[in-house]
Write a protein that binds this ligand. Structure first.
Ligand code: SF4
Length: 487
């Protein structure tokens, strides 16, 4: 599809909306429309009124949408937000009648719908009014609106427990025993990069000591720790022990309310590691089957079976973990709504405190040229998610956080479900950007959140293990700038 921009340069906004609505279509910007499918987006401003117009021609039918809003006297950032929304909404309204089904998230393309809802509530709307706004203004379905409002309410409750001095820590271990076919993370396999684990740990322990000194000097308190990856339990017991000891020796954990380690793959879990984690104060582990169907596990390149997951879960309970999360992915190769429903049933039989249901992310430019196959996949994922939502709610789980990845199959979402009072504090604060999070290790993105203004500043660690190891003497600089912004 060709698209043109007139009177504005909001290319990203237009492309994002078109991809959201037409993920199988190749987009090309042009100066003028030609025969065939196109979308023209125009923006004009006169007498303090911005007016956006989109005209879309799809399958020989042409449709137009026009919207306007006052931008009189708005500060530049707010003006940009208003006109971007106008442009996106008009593109949405011009294109959506051509679809067999509108997206469940309507015209919302952002990754944090609950943060948007929280903003509406904090600016004075009741929860009911915010829900109505999501449904009527953004065309979000009632089911997704309900999810969003519940996640926003959880975030608002946890927000009250965060003081200005409270921060959280993320520690990344970007190694895995093998690579899953669908993986979109930076993670190295032990076969290729196992020799880097020891030097990586050396660098990480150095970064821990430097960061802890900065945290102490800034008078900050650590509220939660999340060790993720990759698969942290790829480390052997001695390496894990060293990591956790280093954390404990350097940081003051007396204000810690949550300590999570992703034990991701059952083929990396041993009773010895679990007991060591528990003894070190870890209270929450994540054991991630993704599917409990052996054929699906084999199709996605996991080197374990469903029985291995059951064994790892049992070992975690025996080690004393009272909060266990299990991740699933809807839309994996070879999975069907019926198989996915059996996976959910099996997990419910285990009664983990948290179950996180992800949607498979598809990369932009992935081979989606077969429109019929893409539509069938969307339909299949939709049934998986609806079935999961129904079964989880019937079993007493509620949604506590959600986020959307760009370019997920069908534009769906990832939702964390929990039994009452077992929500993961870190997941909520990280996704809702409620507090400063310092990220240690390769690929870590640290964010300073100004809780008064909402202003966010970021600093990134090098992405890959080798780059990270080579940057050992520079790792504290970014965090120093975040913690001492005025020096
Ligand atoms: S376990 Fe997770 S991080 Fe590791 S390869 Fe699989 S999807 Fe990627």
């Amino acid at each position: 599809m060709i698209y043109t921009l007139e009177g504005h340069s909001l290319k990203h906004a237009v492309e994002e909306m078109l991809f959201h609505l037409l993920p199988t279509v190749t987009l090309t910007q042009a100066d003028a429309v030609q025969d065939g499918a196109y979308c023209r987006s125009r923006l004009e401003e006169r007498d303090g009124i911005a007016q956006a117009c989109a005209v879309a021609c799809i399958d020989g039918m042409t449709r137009e949408s026009v919207r306007s809003a006052s931008v009189e006297g708005l500060p530049p950032l707010e003006r940009k937000r208003v006109v971007t929304e106008l442009v996106k909404t008009t593109v949405y309204e011009a294109v959506v009648p051509a679809l067999s089904q509108p997206p469940v998230w309507g015209s919302l393309t952002g990754v944090r719908p609950a943060k948007l809802a929280r903003g509406l509530i904090e600016r004075g709307m009741s929860r009911g009014e915010a829900a109505q706004h999501l449904r009527e203004h953004f065309h979000v379905t009632p089911a997704r609106t309900a999810l969003t409002i519940r996640a926003a309410a959880t975030a608002m409750t946890l927000d009250r427990a965060i003081g200005t001095e409270d921060i959280s820590l993320y520690v990344g271990i970007p190694f895995c025993p093998s690579r899953c076919y669908y993986c979109s993370f930076v993670s190295a396999t032990t076969a290729q990069s196992g020799h880097l684990i020891e030097p990586y740990l050396d660098t990480l322990c150095g970064e821990i000591a430097q960061t802890a000194a900065l945290v102490r000097a800034a008078g900050k308190r650590v509220q939660s720790v999340y060790i993720g990856g990759g698969t942290p339990t790829t480390l052997d017991e001695a390496q894990l022990t060293r990591l956790l000891k280093t954390l404990k020796q350097n940081f003051d954990f007396s204000h810690l309310r949550e300590y999570t380690v992703e034990a991701g793959r059952p083929d990396t879990i041993t009773p010895g590691k679990l007991h060591m984690l528990r003894a070190a104060g870890v209270g929450r582990v994540s054991i991630n089957p993704q599917s409990m169907d052996d054929a699906v596990l084999a199709a996605i390149g996991r080197r374990h079976t469903a029985a291995d997951v059951l064994r790892a879960f049992d070992q975690a309970r025996q080690a004393g973990f009272s909060v266990i999360n299990m991740d699933l992915i809807a839309g994996l190769t070879g999975d069907t709504p019926e198989r996915f429903a059996r996976t959910i049933d099996t997990l419910l039989g285990l009664s983990p405190e948290n179950i996180t249901v992800h949607t498979l992310a598809i990369k932009r430019g992935a081979d989606l040229t077969d429109k019929a196959a893409a539509a069938a996949q969307r339909e299949s994922v939709s049934r998986m998610l609806d079935g999961a939502s129904e079964a989880l709610q019937a079993a007493g789980y509620g949604p506590y956080y959600l986020y959307r990845q760009k370019f997920t199959a069908g534009g769906f979402e990832n939702v964390g479900w929990c039994r009452p009072d077992t929500e993961c504090f870190y997941n909520v604060t990280m996704m809702e950007e409620l507090q400063t999070i310092l990220s240690l290790g390769a690929g870590g993105v640290s964010k300073r959140v100004d809780r008064d203004t909402g202003w966010i500043e970021r600093t990134n660690n090098p992405k890959y293990p080798l780059e990270y190891i080579r940057a050992a003497d520079r790792l504290a600089e970014g965090k120093r700038r975040l913690l001492f912004p005025n020096r």
